[in-house]
Design a protein around this ligand. Structure first.
Ligand SMILES: [Zn+2]
Ligand SMILES: [Zn+2]
Length: 341
């Protein structure tokens, strides 16, 4: 266990070093081993009274006066800009906050994240050139996003009438009706719900393939030199959202499957029941960047575990204009050639 955020050799600041997955002194580069203390997290049973735990220690919190988000750290790291909105209007406080049960530590460093972002931007055909040039280390901020991860069994009962049309020999159409009444069982592990209004649950899931089944037990050391966003959505609300989202996803998948067999459905009803629910409140690693182009804000995310990029790039009006112009010129050229011959 590391007892101090300061280096024992020189008093410098210790930060979590992504490459070695240990602590490193920013001044003398000595390494403090925390690898050996990494443990895989066991999720807790969910009940109607489950709550997430308060921390035992005081954290430094930066409250953004523009967007209201709170960012938490464990060291003297200065936060100069809000990772959510990019504004520098921040208030620093010290206070006890909720602490995650588990954490997925950053696996890729910031430079790798920048390279992934650059590669992604170069595939965006209409992205302005200066945007690609601006993708350097100050564009992205590494931040732990708060999330809930669930394991559960989902038992679904669905029924209804499937209508199918048949063309008869005389050319007229007849309909057949088939009643269905079926059950489906799904076992899910590591289902993610966002605990922050900064990012929607579907966005967080679309960032792809967090190893939610081998999340580590949280230790404050993982936060040294990094920031985590404070949890804003409570566990009970999140669990209700999870049930609604999962029920809707299962129902849509069943209807899609039925729609490939029948022409239409009547009296379709679908109910999902949940059991063996387990949960964990966790931090997931994200590099987040915001970019202003023509006074509009664009946000990018790079998955801090596997480097997957997600976001919307601004489109340069000039690039689109010249592409269309080039296309018109080409058509014009073809018509001119055709009239000449
Ligand atoms: Zn040192
Ligand atoms: Zn902000």
């Amino acid at each position: 266990m590391v007892n101090s955020t300061k280096c024992q050799n020189c008093g410098g600041m210790l930060i979590f070093d992504v490459d070695s997955q240990n602590l490193r002194c920013t001044h003398c580069s000595s390494v403090v081993n925390i690898n050996s203390e990494m443990q895989t997290l066991q999720k807790k049973d969910f009940t109607d009274t489950s709550e997430i735990s308060k921390s035992q220690t005081e954290y430094t919190t930066y409250i953004c006066n523009t967007c209201g988000r709170e960012h938490v750290t464990h060291t003297d790291s200065e936060l100069l800009r809000c990772p959510s909105c990019g504004d520098s209007n921040l208030t620093k406080t010290n206070r006890i906050d909720y602490e995650p049960d588990g954490i997925e530590p950053f696996k890729i460093n910031k430079q790798t994240a920048i390279n992934k972002l650059k590669a992604w931007l170069s595939r965006q055909r209409f992205a302005p050139n200066n945007l690609k040039k601006q993708a350097k280390s100050d564009t992205l901020t590494g931040i732990y996003l708060p999330a809930y991860v669930y394991d559960f069994d989902a038992f679904t009962h669905y029924s209804g009438i499937g209508i199918k049309s048949h063309r008869r020999h005389d050319g007229r159409v007849s309909y057949s009706r088939q009643f269905f009444n079926r059950n489906q069982f799904d076992k899910m592990t590591g289902y993610i719900e966002s605990a922050s209004p900064s990012i929607s649950s579907s966005k967080l899931r679309s960032l792809g393939n967090f190893s939610t089944n081998d999340i580590l037990v949280y230790r404050p050391e993982y936060l040294y030199g990094l920031f985590g966003e404070a949890v804003k959505i409570d566990l009970q609300t999140s669990e209700k959202n999870m049930r609604r989202n999962v029920s809707n996803t299962i129902s849509s998948a069943i209807q899609n499957k039925l729609n490939s067999t029948y022409d239409r459905l009547e009296n379709f009803s679908c109910q999902t029941q949940f059991s063996n629910e387990k949960y964990a409140y966790v931090y997931l690693p994200i590099y987040k960047g915001t970019y202003k182009y023509n006074s509009k804000s664009y946000t990018y995310y790079v998955n801090g575990e596997n480097g997957r990029v997600s976001g919307s790039a601004p489109r340069s009006k000039w690039k689109i204009f010249f592409t269309i112009l080039g296309f018109i010129a080409l058509i014009g050229g073809i018509i001119a050639l055709a009239t000449l011959t």
